[in-house]
Design a protein around this ligand. Structure first.
Ligand SMILES: [Zn+2]
Length: 272
C-alpha cells in the first residue's frame, strides 16, 4: 500500500507534468471509484478546469482546482495515478481517465477498487484530514510531539504508529523500518519507551521517510510513480519483506509474525 513517500513521489511527479494543463474530457470507467459527486456532476465541475496546486496530507493527495474545489485522492491498496503520453498503453485496471489537450492523460487505475477520487468543495473540511496527526517531515514534528500524540498509551508501539491520528503517513512498511532503525521491538508498550528511545524513534521515522522519497518510494506490490515507473527503496529495506534474511546490523535472523492482524517484520535480536 502506498505510504507517505510513495504519495509524495506521485505528488511531485504530477506537479511537474500537470500544472496549468486544462482538462478537456473525463472518462469514468468505474463509478465506484468516484466520491462526492455523480458522474454527471463530476464531468460538469471538472471539464475545462486545471489543477493549480498539488498537496499531500498523510497518504492523501489533494489536487486543487483554483475554484476552492479539489480532488482528494486516496490510493489505498492498489491505486496508481500516472500521467501518460498519447500512444502509451492504458493500464488494465483503469477506473477514471482525465484527458488533457494533445491527447495526454492522467489515469487512475486501481486493481482492488478500494481507492477513490473525491470531489470536495473545501479540502480542509474533510473529516479524516482534520483529525490526522502531525506530518512527520514538517518542523513541528518533534520527539516531544511524538510522545504527546502517543499519550501514555499502554498498547504496543507498532499498531500505534499505523494510526493516522497519532502520526500521518506511516504504514506497515515504514513503521517496521523505523522501529528496526530505532532498535525497538514492535510489541513494546508505547508508554514504556524512554526519552532517548522516543528520540531515536522520531529520528528513525524522519530518516527512513526522507531516504524513501529520495529513492522514489517502495514498489513491493502494485505501486508505480506518477510516470508509471517503479520506485526502488525496496532494495534498501532492512526488515520489511526480509524474513529469513540476516539482520544487517546484528547478524540475527529477521522474522515475520502476524501481530495484531498485520504482518510484522523485525529482528528479535537487536530490537528490544
Ligand atoms: Zn538485528
Amino acid at each position: 500500500m502506498p505510504e507517505l513517500p510513495e504519495v509524495e513521489t506521485v505528488r511531485r511527479d504530477l506537479t511537474r507534468s500537470l500544472a496549468g494543463k486544462r482538462i478537456t474530457q473525463v472518462e469514468i470507467l468505474n463509478v465506484g471509484s468516484l466520491k462526492g459527486a455523480t458522474p454527471k456532476g463530476f464531468l460538469r465541475e471538472i471539464s475545462g478546469r486545471s489543477f493549480t496546486r498539488f498537496d499531500r496530507r498523510g497518504k492523501y493527495l489533494i489536487l486543487h482546482m483554483g475554484t476552492g474545489q479539489a480532488l482528494v485522492v486516496h490510493l489505498k491498496m492498489t491505486g496508481v495515478l500516472q500521467y501518460q503520453q498519447k500512444g502509451d498503453s492504458l493500464p488494465r485496471a483503469a477506473r477514471i481517465i482525465f484527458y488533457f489537450s494533445g491527447g495526454k492523460r492522467l489515469v487512475f487505475s486501481d486493481q482492488r477498487k478500494f481507492g477513490s477520487i473525491e470531489l470536495v468543495r473545501d479540502a480542509g473540511s474533510i473529516h479524516s484530514l482534520q483529525k490526522m496527526g502531525p506530518e512527520p517531515l514538517e518542523k513541528d514534528f518533534t520527539p516531544e510531539i511524538l510522545k504527546e500524540r502517543l499519550g501514555g498509551r499502554k498498547g504496543p508501539i507498532k499498531p500505534l504508529l499505523l494510526d493516522q491520528i497519532i502520526v500521518a503517513g506511516l504504514g506497515n512498511i515504514y513503521a517496521a523500518e523505523a522501529l528496526h532503525r530505532a532498535g525497538i521491538a514492535p510489541q513494546r508498550p508505547a508508554n514504556k519507551l524512554s526519552g532517548p528511545e522516543l528520540k531515536k524513534l522520531h529520528r528513525a521515522i524522519v530518516q527512513v521517510l526522507k531516504e524513501a522519497i529520495d529513492a522514489r518510494g517502495s514498489s513491493v506490490d502494485t505501486y508505480r510513480d506518477g510516470q508509471g515507473k517503479k520506485g526502488w527503496f525496496q532494495v534498501k529495506h532492512r526488515v520489511y519483506g526480509k524474513q529469513g534474511n540476516k539482520c544487517k546490523r546484528c547478524g540475527g535472523t529477521i522474522v515475520k509474525e502476524i501481530f495484531r492482524g498485520r504482518g510484522t517484520y523485525w529482528c528479535p535480536k537487536c530490537q528490544r
